[in-house]
Design a protein around this ligand. Sequence first.
Ligand SMILES: [Zn+2]
Ligand SMILES: [Zn+2]
Length: 836
Amino acid sequence: MPPRHSPPEALLTTLTDGRGRSDRLTHTEHLPARPARYSPWPESIRPEIVAAALAVGVEQPWAHQAEAMNLAKSGQTVVIATGTASGKSLGYLAPVLSDLLDGTEARNGRGATALYLAPTKALAADQRRRAAELAPPRVRAALYDGDTPPEEREWVRQYASYVLTNPDMLHRGILPGHARWSSFLKALRYVVVDECHSYRGVFGSHVAQVLRRLRRICARYGSSPTFLLASATTADPAATAERLTGLPSVAVTEDASPRGPMVFGLWEPPLTENVGEHGAPVRRTATAEAAYLLTDLVEREVRTVVFVRSRRAAELVALQTQDQLGRPLAERVAAYRGGYLADERRALERALHSGRLLGLASTSALELGIDVSGLDAVLMAGYPGTRASLWQQAGRAGREAQGALAVLIARDDPLDTYLVHHPEALFAAPVEATVLDPDNPHVLAPHLCAAAAELPLTDADLELFGPSTAPLLPVLERRGLLRRRGDAWYWTRRERAADAVDLRGSGGNPVQIVEADTGRLLGTVDAAAAHTTVHTGAVHLHQGRTYLVRDFDLENAVALVEPADPPYTTAARDITSVSVLDTDTTVDWGEGRLNFGSVEVVNQVVGYLRKRISTGEIMGETKLDLPPRTLRTRAVWWTVTEDQLLDADIPPDQLPGAAHAAEHASIGLLPLFATCDRWDIGGVSVPLHPDTGLPTVFVYDGHPGGAGFAERGFRRAVEWLTATRAAIASCECERGCPSCVQSPKCGNGNDPLDKAAAVRLLDVLLAGAPGAGGEAGAGAGAGAGAGAGAGAGAGAELGADADADAGAGPEEAGEAETGASPGGVAGPDGEASAGS
Ligand SMILES: [Zn+2]
Ligand SMILES: [Zn+2]
């Protein structure tokens, strides 16, 4: 048995060669150690802060920290986008605390203030501790969230100079009550937006509008705070910061922090004897594979954390590993998930630090600012969705100088499969961008109302809120929400405008999930996802427990459930059609065309399948009587011509399967380019679409008005569809499987799918793409195409297939690390109830 501190290369070898698993390791990346680069402290940083930093072991800032400090002090909007553990906090805290300290010399002891925003309460609490380490006591840092007792709130407003809160609280509490915050806002020098990559999609679009409201209110009080943002490494952080704040931004991306050497393995579990839908080969699950690897590592006394995507998976990995180890080692393996009491969590952490515990299976809860560092190895059972999460998880291993091992174990889906065969997508420059779309009128409208309630809107505000504002105001007036008097718009209702929108909701009234026997409210699901996830008869997973939906009461938006343990899962069957409302941009790709614009999606859940858990075998189908639902959103779509089909040797009977397979895989790969997951988007493929008159594949945002994902797909279409083609072509299955073209949420039972024809279809499309050497070049937007407005959406009758994946998240969607789940971590906790 190798000693515990054997180098990571040796560890990886024992996992593969010694066990006859070398074919499962698809790639080994050696990340060399990186030495630190230092800069002197900027002169603008107060000596007290420098002294405090020294006291916690920081003699000199790293170069990127100093660069951020200088930019911040010059009043520049700056986003620090460097790796995990690169000291982003010091980069913004040093200038902020220096200015706050200057302010303590003011007569009232508070000459300058700063506001810190974190996506979760836990992170804000953690940051308060960090600020306290660096800040002399004269700087008064205070948390302000739903847990702040009413008697403390007044003190915070009047005396705190550094207020740490979350966007929900800013939206519901601080901005509507700005008059009570006037002295704080008047003196506001900085706004820190931490972990800003988590503000993406619809949530990010809401936060962008909240920040615009904040800027407007500050201007009213005569302040113009500098925005300092911290982000994980992504593509183009400056553009994201600009979209989020509305201000020109500079990015600091050269990471000068030291890094120990790391060996990073990419791992593909083997095919099993089991067969899935339509006889497809299926791989061993990432969680089962992780349990095998964890067993081997624990046997070698290697301290290891396994990251999984759901609480249930954490329990499963721990149980399976314990079984495989047997006593006494089994006792040194545990599961860690959200939902434990603080004491229990701390006890687990201590046990891991001391080495008494060797293996821990965990959800991403560990990412929330709880320090578990210096591990020997990290296993990731499935790509965690974004590069930011990947590096955060991998970074738990070997933070000190010793080498560490990280292994990404692929799940049986197109994105994971692509990644373990295309390491450059993980280790070269990031292609994934944080995507948001603040101009979405569905997002903007409630914020215009909230803004008008805070302070009447004038023409001078139009620019701040963006180009969608001017056309929207008259609409809001017609709906009786705003009224124009003189040259200003006023909020007319008695209720609080800010209450009309939940930043983390996706629109529509959420459906409540109620335990039938006890009447206990278990949680909620978004309206958009309800029809597919909590229809009568659905098996519903909630926080790792299994329930059966006894009755879905549409009218009252309630799903009555009972605990159950059926031997099957359910999969909704639905029919979706898309019609084109407006084409914003069309680009010719040779004979093919790529389009971006507005569409209407009509979706109806018509029944569900029961699938045996162990084998995936279909046990039966039940019809449902649910009404169709309409979604107006944004989409990217592409067409090919009859001639192209001839060139590609795709006869009419292969076309539906080819387009459908290409659509599935492209939905699976879009998250590589936009920070969405496959549940945020949907798609439809049609052999002959009435609006285009051609074979057409649509991919659309699953939220009203769009979230920016389809737009990102449009902008990066060449890379996106090239990756899609590669994912399909390189899969070793013969006729399609979950790793390439089968989708777990296909509304059509993954039928028809034609893997080989899909590759030929994408080839013929990509041959005309800009830069493909074909008849490219037609490149830039050829202007607005004719919007085929009256499309009857007759797709279904024409043999369309639809994948209304949108919104119907899997179990783990409810456990997103940002706490976007029902009653999320940061929760909407306005202060209105505290008696305004
Ligand atoms: Zn396959
Ligand atoms: Zn499908």
